[in-house]
Design a protein. Structure first.
Length: 199
């Protein structure tokens, strides 16, 4: 049977530094320029795709970004190789059917204070922190299937939220302290410490 209308979707996987997560990359934009984290099934209301992914018993969390989905498996799932074919086929079918990925109206309802977008009420230091995250940190962590979002800044301390493969990753604390904190201290002298905050 020849499908018409929607393009043929291909999905490939990339390992991430976090052994519990796998990045599934599509040849289609899923959520252009943005990312959203669903740490559990209760948070998945804004995304039909996330809701359906949570029906797989081995999925613990879902992270959707520009052209990829990062999935975190449950601890009792031994090997990604056992479940990758089923996930790839599911994503291919879902996207080829043209089903919605993220419902923007639901996102607006969901209160989210963590964003790297500069807003009018941000002071100069916060603007510089967000710009650094957006321009230097975001491209690198997206390559690894994750995101790091600005949460707050107070008295030299920057609070960030780890998402996708960055959440719970053994090497994320090294990235946070040696990489991001070091860069921020060099480029933004007001920053004294960078810490990760739970969602």
């Amino acid at each position: 049977m020849i499908k018409t209308g929607n393009p043929v979707i291909s999905i490939y996987t990339e390992m991430t530094p976090n052994p519990e997560t796998m990045k599934f990359v599509a040849n289609k934009l899923l959520y252009p320029g943005k990312s959203i984290d669903f740490p559990d099934v209760d948070s998945a209301k804004p995304s039909l795709l996330a809701q359906e992914l949570f029906t797989f018993p081995f999925i613990r969390s879902v992270f959707i970004a520009s052209n990829f989905v990062t999935l975190t498996k449950t601890n009792d799932t031994d090997d990604w190789q056992d479940v990758i074919p089923a996930i790839k086929q599911f994503l291919k079918d879902y996207l080829e059917e043209g089903k919605p990925v993220v419902n923007e109206e639901e996102i607006a309802i969901r209160k989210t204070e963590s964003t790297n977008e500069v807003s009018a009420d941000d002071d100069d230091v916060v603007k510089r922190i967000k710009e650094l995250l957006e321009n230097y940190v975001k491209p690198a962590v997206e390559m690894d299937g994750g995101a790091i979002q600005f949460k707050s800044y107070e008295a030299g301390r920057v609070n960030l939220m780890m998402q996708g493969s960055c959440s719970g990753c053994p090497s994320s604390m090294i990235t946070l302290k040696a990489g991001i904190e070091g860069m921020m201290k060099r480029m933004i002298p007001e920053v004294k410490e960078v810490v990760a905050e739970a969602e």
